[in-house]
Design a protein around this ligand. Structure first.
Ligand SMILES: C[S@@+](CC[C@H](N)C(=O)[O-])C[C@H]1O[C@@H](n2cnc3c(N)ncnc32)[C@H](O)[C@@H]1O
Length: 218
C-alpha cells in the first residue's frame, strides 16, 4: 500500500484521497475504511464532498492542521464535516451550522461519536445568533442561497482570525439561473475581491456541476 500525506492530515492511498479516521471502525456515509497497521483511513468521495473535489482539481493549499478551529456553514448531515473533523483531530474544533432540522439528527449523532464537532441549528444569515463561537482559522461555506456572498462576508467579519482563510463553494444556479455560470463566478470574484484576497478559484466539474470553489483570506 502506498500512503502519501499530500497536505497536513490528508492522504493519498494507492491514488485515492483519504483522511485518518478519528473514530476507527465507523464509516460515516458508507465510505470505504482502509486499515494500515495501527491506523485506519476513510476514503474521501470526490463526488460527495466539494473540498475533496477541489483537492482533486488542484487546490494548492489546505490551511488546516491538527488543532485548527473551523466554522462550517451548510453542514448538512456531515459528510465533509466528518473529514474536516478527521483533519483537525480531537483537540481541534468544527462548529457545524445547518438550517435544516432534517439534517440535525445525523449531524448530532456524528458530533456525539467524535467529540470535536459542535452542531448548531441556525440560519447563517444571522451570525449574531451564534455569537459565542470562538474565532476560527477557517470559514468554510457550502450554502445554496441567492445571497451566498453576503452570508460569507458577514461570517468572516464575525469569526475569522486576522490570519485566517476561507473556502467558499459557489453554486451559480442559486445566485442567478438566467446568467451563464462563468458570468456569475466573475461577479462573485469581483465582489469578494473588494473585501478579501482571492487566492485560488477552481471549477468543480465533473465532481459538481455549476460550482466554483474559491479559496481566499482577508
Ligand atoms: C450542498 S448542502 C451542503 C453539503 C455539505 N457541505 C457536505 O459537503 O457534506 C447545503 C446545505 O446548506 C444548508 N443551508 C441552506 N441555507 C442555509 C443557511 N442560511 N444557514 C445554514 N445552512 C443553510 C442546507 O440545508 C443544506 O444542508
Amino acid at each position: 500500500m502506498v500512503i502519501k500525506e499530500i497536505f497536513s492530515q490528508i492522504y493519498r492511498i494507492n491514488g485515492r484521497l483519504s483522511t485518518k479516521n478519528l473514530n476507527p471502525g465507523v464509516s460515516v456515509y458508507d465510505e470505504k475504511l482502509i486499515r494500515e497497521g495501527r491506523d485506519e483511513y476513510r476514503e474521501w468521495d470526490l463526488f460527495r464532498s466539494k473540498l475533496a473535489g477541489a483537492i482533486a482539481k488542484g487546490l494548492n493549499e489546505v490551511p488546516l492542521k491538527e488543532n485548527s478551529f473551523v466554522l462550517y456553514l451548510g453542514a448538512s448531515t456531515g459528510t465533509t464535516v466528518s473529514h474536516v473533523s478527521d483533519i483537525v483531530g480531537i483537540n481541534g474544533l468544527v462548529v457545524a451550522v445547518e438550517i435544516s432540522s432534517v439534517c440535525m439528527p445525523p449531524l448530532i449523532h456524528l458530533a456525539e461519536q467524535r467529540g470535536n464537532i459542535v452542531p448548531i441549528i441556525e440560519d447563517s444569515n444571522h451570525p449574531e445568533r451564534y455569537s459565542d463561537v470562538p474565532k476560527v482559522d477557517l470559514v468554510y461555506q457550502d450554502i445554496s442561497q441567492r445571497n451566498q456572498v453576503e452570508i460569507l462576508l458577514k461570517n468572516i467579519k464575525a469569526f475569522l482570525k486576522p490570519d485566517g482563510y476561507y473556502m467558499f463553494c459557489v453554486k451559480s444556479q442559486s445566485i442567478d439561473v438566467t446568467k451563464k455560470p462563468r458570468q456569475v463566478y466573475d461577479e462573485v470574484i469581483k465582489e469578494l475581491s473588494k473585501h478579501t484576497t482571492v487566492i485560488q478559484t477552481l471549477q468543480l466539474d465533473p465532481y459538481d456541476k455549476h460550482h466554483m470553489f474559491i479559496f481566499g483570506k482577508i
